[in-house]
Design a protein around this ligand. Structure first.
Ligand code: PBG
Length: 313
C-alpha cells in the first residue's frame, strides 16, 4: 500500500489541513516602531493598520484564526498595559474584528509583555505572587472579551487562573467565551526568539517557578485535568515538537480538544536551517506539523500558518 500516491493516500491516518492552523501575530502600539523581528525571519512587529491588512491576507488564504501578542509603548511593575481598555491588544482586537468579522481572533492573556520586570505575574519581595496575579489576569481577559476577542488564551501558568477567568467571564456577561488554556507550558529554551520579539526576558530569575519542568509528563496531565475542571475548553501543550508524548497523553487521558503551540524557537530553528539550504523547508515543516497532529493535537498554533496555507492549498 506504499507503492503509489493513490495507494498511500488511501491509508493515510493523519490529515493536515489549514483549517486547524492559527497564526500568532505581534502588534506594536507605536506605529512608527513596526519592524522585522531579527530572531524570527519572516515575522514582523506590526502596527495596528499593518495587522488589519495581514489578518485580511491570512483570512483570504484560508487561515481560520490569529493569536495576538501586544507590545505596549510603556511597561510598569503591575503590567497595567495588559488590562487597559485602550491598550494595544484591545485596540488591535477591535480593529481586526471590525475589518474581518469572520476571522477568529484569539488573545494571549499574560502580563510578561507589560511588566517592567518581565515576569508573568505580580512580583512582591522578588517573587511572583500567585493570587494577586490572578486578579490582574482576570482583568486582562475581561478587557479582551470586551474588545471583542473570540477566545482568550491564558499563558501565565499561575495556579487557579482558569477558574478565576471563567468565573469573571460569567460575572461580566461573557458566559460563552471559550478559554484555550496553556495547561502544559514548559520552562523551555525554545521561547528565546519570542522574548526578543516582545522584550519580555525576565529582569531577574527565570520562569521555572511557575512553568513546567521539561522532565515531567505526569505533572502536565495533572495540570491539564485541573484546567479542564476549572472550565477550560481546550488544553494546550507548549512547545510542541519536543513534547509530542505529552500531547498524546493529555489527549488520551482527558479526551478534550488539545492545542499545540509550535513556538518561536521551533520556527526559527527550521527557518535558519532552511535559509542555509540545510533542510527542505516545506517538507520539514509539513513533517513537523503532521507529527504534531498525529500525536493528538486538534489545533496547532504555528508561525508557519501563512506559508502552510500556500503549501496545503
Ligand atoms: C507569555 C508567552 C510566551 C510565549 C507565549 N506566551 C513566552 C514565555 O513564557 O516566555 C512563547 C511563544 C513563543 O516562543 O513562540 N507568557
Amino acid at each position: 500500500m506504499r507503492a503509489t500516491t493513490a495507494l498511500r493516500d488511501l491509508v493515510r491516518e493523519t490529515e493536515l489541513s489549514i483549517r486547524h492552523l492559527i497564526q500568532p501575530l505581534f502588534v506594536i502600539a507605536d506605529p512608527g516602531a513596526s519592524e522585522a523581528v531579527d530572531t524570527m525571519p519572516g515575522i514582523d512587529r506590526l502596527s495596528i493598520n499593518e495587522l488589519v491588512e495581514e489578518a485580511g491576507d491570512l483570512h483570504a488564504a484560508g487561515v481560520p484564526g490569529v493569536l495576538l501578542f501586544g507590545i505596549p509603548s510603556a511597561k510598569d511593575d503591575v503590567g497595567s498595559g495588559a488590562y487597559d481598555d485602550e491598550g494595544v491588544v484591545q485596540m488591535a482586537v477591535r480593529a481586526v474584528k471590525k475589518a474581518h468579522p469572520g476571522l477568529a481572533v484569539m488573545t494571549d492573556v499574560c502580563l510578561c509583555e507589560y511588566t517592567s520586570h518581565g515576569h508573568c505575574g505580580f512580583v512582591r519581595d522578588g517573587e511572583v505572587d500567585n493570587d494577586i496575579s490572578l486578579e490582574l489576569l482576570a482583568k486582562t481577559a475581561i478587557s479582551h472579551a470586551e474588545a471583542g476577542a473570540d477566545v482568550v488564551c491564558p499563558s501565565d501558568m499561575m495556579d487557579g487562573r482558569v477558574g478565576m477567568i471563567r468565573h469573571q467571564l460569567e460575572e461580566e456577561g461573557f458566559p460563552n467565551l471559550p478559554i484555550i488554556a496553556y495547561s502544559a507550558k514548559y520552562a523551555s529554551a525554545f521561547y528565546g526568539p519570542f522574548r526578543v520579539a516582545v522584550d519580555s526576558t525576565p529582569e531577574f530569575g527565570d520562569r521555572r517557578g511557575y512553568q513546567l519542568d521539561p522532565a515531567n509528563a505526569d505533572e502536565a496531565v495533572r495540570e491539564a485535568k485541573l484546567d479542564l475542571d476549572e472550565g477550560a475548553d481546550v488544553l494546550m501543550v507548549k512547545p510542541a515538537t519536543p513534547y509530542l508524548d505529552v500531547i498524546r497523553r493529555i489527549k488520551d487521558e482527558t479526551g478534550a480538544p488539545v492545542a499545540a503551540y509550535q513556538v518561536s524557537g521551533e520556527y526559527s530553528a527550521l527557518k535558519a536551517a532552511a535559509q542555509n539550504g540545510w533542510l527542505d523547508e516545506r517538507a520539514a515543516v509539513l513533517e513537523t506539523l503532521t507529527s504534531i497532529k498525529r500525536a493528538g493535537a486538534d489545533l496547532i498554533f504555528t508561525y508557519y500558518a501563512k506559508e502552510a496555507a500556500e503549501w496545503l492549498r
